[in-house]
Design a protein around this ligand. Sequence first.
Ligand code: ZN
Length: 127
Amino acid sequence: MSQTLTPAQLEQLKQRLLARRQELYAQMQQNRANLAPAENTAGSVSQDENARLANQTREVDTRLTALDAEELARIDRALEAMDAGDYGRCDECGCQIPFERLQIEPMTQHCVACKSAWEHKQGLARA
Ligand SMILES: [Zn+2]
C-alpha cells in the first residue's frame, strides 16, 4: 500500500499551487499591459523603429502567455484533483506520488518511475 498524503501536507501543497497561480496571473496581466500600444516616447526613436520593436515584444509576450496558460491549466487540474480527493496519484500507474516529489513539483501528474520511462521513450523517439 502506498501512503496517502496527510491533510496538513495537502494544505501545504494547495497553498503552494494557489501562490503560483497568483504569480502567473500577475505575470499575464503584466504581459497584457505590454501588449497595449507603446507610449509616445520623446523624439529619438522613429515611428518605424517603434513599430518594429513593439512587434518583436509582442511576439515574445504571446509565446510567454501561451506557456503561462499551459501552466495555469496544470495548476487548475491539480486543484480540481485535490477537491475530488485524488490529488497526487500517478496518471500512468495510479501509485501515490511521494510528498517529497510533490513539494518540488506540486502539479506533476506522474511518479518518478513513469516520468523517466516516458522521457526515455521520448529520447528514443528522437534518436
Ligand atoms: Zn507512475
